[in-house]
Design a protein around this ligand. Structure first.
Ligand code: TA6
Length: 309
């Protein structure tokens, strides 16, 4: 149980000292710390841990609807429902065998096979979901803390109904940054994006790294599997790798919008940036029995790894 909020959570710890925390409420990753104990995700000091409010920060799961395009509340209901530990989880992630203890160095005892800490959560449709979204589904989330501190989320949606259903999805990741005006994103240059501030009108990025000096709310479409978010001041780069999630949402509310949110400190917009692996432009349709899988892997590396940083 979480001391301050009394809500149930799972804590993952890996031998190197990195940790992650997942609240059963929302299936919501609320903390990811590196081996030095530095918090890498943003969590608002004013976050409200009380249904039906979604927790402000961490990695909210937006399902079955991203944003306001559709009949449901903004970002759907998965993030403000109670999930459970999956009673019938899939096989565990492969243990890292041989000398590789996950952070690239090899250990001498080759028989060592280390299990990466992980948890499997599931959200099943209940009556109240069925009333607003009349489809039977299973939404599963596996959170894995790699043996070098990487954070991987694997999400699966299964159609357990007798008819097709269509959904949009996002892992609404809030990264912790020192000063968003000193952050740039590489990997989205020259791509098209839908501008949420202009009724999702389509534009083309002008070919430079993305930097921030005002509110940004964009859905980059058809994005690469790897995006780099470079925090200049902290000399830290987040590397976001994704599969099954073709789009990337980039959001910072900036000052005016930040002031308008009760669960967001007035100055906190300076210390966060949302980069969200998503499937929005092309909604996903599943036939009965079909399953969709999305995967996001986050690592935080010293920026010196990248040439020219
Ligand atoms: O991901 C960007 C966005 O769609 C923005 O438009 C903003 O609304 C943000 O999500 C936060 O939404 P929330 O419902 O969590 O306040």
């Amino acid at each position: 149980k979480d001391g301050s909020t009394g809500m149930e959570k799972v804590v993952l710890r890996e031998p190197g000292g990195a940790t992650a925390q997942v609240h059963l409420y929302g299936g919501h990753v609320t903390s990811w710390k590196n081996e030095k104990g530095e918090e890498l995700l943003f969590l608002s000091s004013k976050a409200i841990f009380k249904p039906p409010k979604a927790i402000r920060g961490g990695i909210p799961i937006c399902f079955p609807q991203f944003g306001t395009f559709g009949s449901l509340e903004q970002h759907g209901f998965a993030r403000n429902r109670f999930w459970v530990i999956d009673p019938n989880p899939p096989p565990p992630p492969p243990a890292l065998t041989g000398g590789n203890n996950g952070n690239g160095t090899s250990s001498n005892n080759n028989s060592s096979s280390k299990q990466q800490p992980f948890v499997d959560l599931i959200l099943k449709h209940g009556e109240d979901e069925h009333k607003i979204w009349p489809h039977s589904f299973e939404l599963c989330l596996r959170v894995v803390l790699g043996l070098g501190g990487d954070l991987t989320l694997i999400t699966r949606v299964r159609n357990t109904d007798s008819k097709n259903f269509t959904f949009t999805f996002a892992l609404h990741t809030y990264l912790s940054v020192s000063d968003v005006s000193e952050v740039r994103i590489e990997g989205l240059e020259t791509l098209d994006y839908l501008d949420n501030l202009k009724d999702r009108e389509r534009f083309t990025e002008q070919g430079n790294a993305i930097t921030f000096d005002a509110e940004v709310d964009r859905i980059y479409v058809g994005t690469p599997t790897k995006i780099a978010i470079i925090d200049h001041e902290k000399k830290r780069t987040f590397v976001l790798k994704k599969e099954g999630l073709p789009d990337a949402v980039v959001w910072n509310p900036w000052e005016k919008k930040a002031r308008a949110m009760v669960d967001f400190g007035d100055e906190e917009y300076k210390h966060m940036l949302c980069v969200e692996a998503a499937a929005v432009e092309k909604p996903i349709t599943l036939k009965p029995g079909e399953e969709w899988r999305g995967r996001q892997e986050l690592s935080a590396v010293p920026s010196s790894y990248f040439s020219g940083q």
